[in-house]
Design a protein around this ligand. Structure first.
Ligand SMILES: Cc1cc2nc3c(=O)[nH]c(=O)nc-3n(C[C@H](O)[C@H](O)[C@H](O)COP(=O)(O)OP(=O)(O)OC[C@H]3O[C@@H](n4cnc5c(N)ncnc54)[C@H](O)[C@@H]3O)c2cc1C
Length: 382
C-alpha cells in the first residue's frame, strides 16, 4: 500500500525515503482503530501508524472499561451526543461481533441530603441527554443494594462493562479485512500541512517520510505534543493539555455486588467508584491527581483516602483486600479549576486544512463513544 516517491517529489531536504498513502491514522488506541476501521470499510486505503510496539497500550488499556450511559455531560456537548450515540452503537457492535460485555447497570448513591439534591441535578442532566434514570429513596434502596448506605440512589439500567482489548482486537481485524494496515514502532515525530497535502516524519528504527491525502491525529496523550510540532497548523488549533492521573485498587475475593456503584462525581472525575470486570472481580478507582508528566506510579499511600471515601457508602469494605492495581492518565483540556471541557474534534472547518482531523481531550467517555467519534471523523473527510 505504501508506494515510494523520489525525494524531489516529496520536496524535502533530507535523504530519507518518501512514501505516499491515501489515509493515515496516527495512534492505534480504541479511537484510532475505530476511525481506521470506518474509513477502510468506506473504501479508503488506510495505514495506522503506532509509536509503541503493540496496539492499545495507552489510555485504552488503563481505564474502567465501562460503557457509560451519557448521564453527566452538558446538553448538546460532544461528550453527551457521542456517548449516547456511541453507547447504542457499541452494544449493537458487541452483540454482532461477539465482543464480551454485560449490561450490568449502575447505581449512583447519595449518603446525605446535600448529596441527594446533587442526585436530582444529575437526573435532570441525564434527562436532557435522553437518558432515563430511576430515583430510589428511603426503604426502597435496601432490597436492591443491601450492603450500601444511601439516603437516595439513581439507577442507570443502560450502563455496562466491556472487554476493551477484545473490542480493539475486533476493530483491528475488520480494518485488516478491509485492506488496512497497522504499522508498529512508527512514531510520528513531526508533520507539515498545506492546502494540498500532509507530510509526516516517521521515526523509529526505519525513519521515513509519508505524504497523505488524509491524516487523522488520534494519538491520545501524544495528540497535542504532535500538534505542537505540526508546521502549517494555526496556533489556536494547538490547545494546552493537562494530565489528571487516576489510580485503581483491586479488591481480592468475592464482592457482593452485581452492578457498578458510583458516588457523587468529584471535580475532574466521576468519583472513586466500584467497577467489575467480566469475571466479576471488583476494583475501585480512579481518583484524580493533577500531574505534569506521564507517570503511571500507583502510590499505595492513597489507600487510606480510598478506604475513607468508599466506607462512606460501603461500611463493610475490608481494607486488607485492597491491592494497588494500575493507573491511567486523562488527557484534559482544562486544569484543576477549569471545570467542564468537551472533546475537541478539529476538522478542516476549524483549521482550514482539507483532509486533516485532530482529536484532542478524548478522555472518558471516549471508549463508549469510539464508534460515534469514528462516524464524525468520516463525515469531516467527505
Ligand atoms: C482513568 C481513566 C478511566 C477511563 N474510564 C473510561 C470508561 O470507563 N469508559 C469510557 O468510555 N472511557 C473511559 N476512559 C476514556 C477512554 O479510555 C479514552 O477516551 C480512550 O481510551 C482514548 O483512546 P485513544 O485511542 O484516544 O488513546 P490511546 O489509547 O492512548 O491511543 C493513542 C495511541 O497513540 C500512540 N501515539 C502517541 N503519540 C504517537 C505518535 N506521535 N506517533 C504514533 N503513535 C503515537 C500511543 O502509543 C497510543 O497507542 C477513561 C480514561 C481514563 C484515563
Amino acid at each position: 500500500m505504501l508506494s515510494a516517491l523520489s525525494s524531489e517529489q516529496g520536496q524535502v531536504s533530507v535523504s530519507t525515503e518518501v512514501f505516499e498513502a491515501q489515509t493515515v491514522v496516527i495512534g492505534a488506541g480504541v479511537i484510532g482503530l475505530a476511525i481506521a476501521r470506518a474509513l477502510a470499510k468506506s473504501g479508503q486505503e488506510v495505514i495506522v501508524l503506532e509509536g509503541a510496539g503493540r496496539f492499545g497500550e495507552g489510555i485504552s488499556s488503563r481505564n474502567s472499561e465501562v460503557i457509560h450511559g451519557g448521564i453527566y455531560y452538558p446538553e448538546r456537548s460532544l461528550k453527551a451526543e457521542l456517548c449516547v450515540e456511541g453507547r447504542q452503537q457499541l452494544y449493537h457492535y458487541c452483540q454482532t461481533h461477539k465482543v464480551d460485555h454485560r449490561k450490568c447497570g449502575k447505581w449512583i448513591v447519595a449518603v446525605n441530603e446535600a448529596q441527594g439534591s446533587r442526585l436530582q441535578d444529575i437526573q435532570m442532566a441525564a434527562d436532557r441527554n435522553g437518558v432515563v434514570l430511576s430515583l430510589y429513596e428511603g426503604r426502597r434502596i435496601a432490597p436492591e443494594i443491601p450492603e450500601i448506605r444511601a439516603s437516595s440512589a439513581l439507577w442507570s439500567p443502560e450502563t455496562g462493562i466491556i472487554d476493551s482489548h477484545g473490542l480493539m482486537l475486533s476493530l483491528l481485524g475488520e480494518l485488516q479485512d478491509a485492506g488496512g494496515e497497522l504499522v508498529l514502532r512508527s512514531p510520528v515525530v513531526a508533520a507539515e500541512s498545506d492546502c494540498q497535502r500532509h507530510l509526516l516524519h516517521v521515526g523509529g528504527d526505519n525513519p521515513l517520510i509519508l505524504t497523505a491525502q488524509n491524516v487523522i491525529n488520534a494519538a491520545g496523550l501524544g495528540a497535542i505534543p504532535l500538534a505542537n510540532v505540526w508546521a502549517g497548523l494555526p496556533g489556536d488549533c494547538r490547545p494546552q493539555q493537562w494530565f489528571a492521573r487516576g489510580v485503581y485498587f483491586s479488591y481480592s475475593g468475592r464482592c457482593p455486588f452485581k452492578s457498578l456503584i458510583y458516588p457523587i462525581p468529584e471535580p475532574g472525575g466521576l468519583g472513586v467508584h466500584l467497577t467489575l470486570d467480566l469475571a466479576g472481580q471488583a476494583r475501585f478507582g480512579p481518583d484524580v491527581e493533577w500531574i505534569d508528566h506521564e507517570d503511571y506510579t500507583v502510590d499505595s499511600n492513597r489507600l487510606a483516602t480510598f478506604v475513607r471515601g468508599i466506607r462512606q457508602w460501603w461500611p463493610g469494605l475490608e481494607q486488607a483486600r485492597l491491592q494497588p492495581a494500575y493507573a491511567g492518565i486523562r488527557p484534559k483540556l482544562s486544569g484543576p479549576e477549569g471545570g467542564f471541557s468537551d472533546f475537541r474534534i478539529d476538522g478542516p472547518e476549524d483549521h482550514g486544512l482539507p483532509g486533516l482531523v485532530n482529536l484532542f481531550g478524548i478522555e472518558s467517555p471516549g471508549l463508549t463513544s469510539c464508534l460515534a467519534i469514528a462516524d464524525r471523523v468520516k463525515a469531516m473527510l467527505v
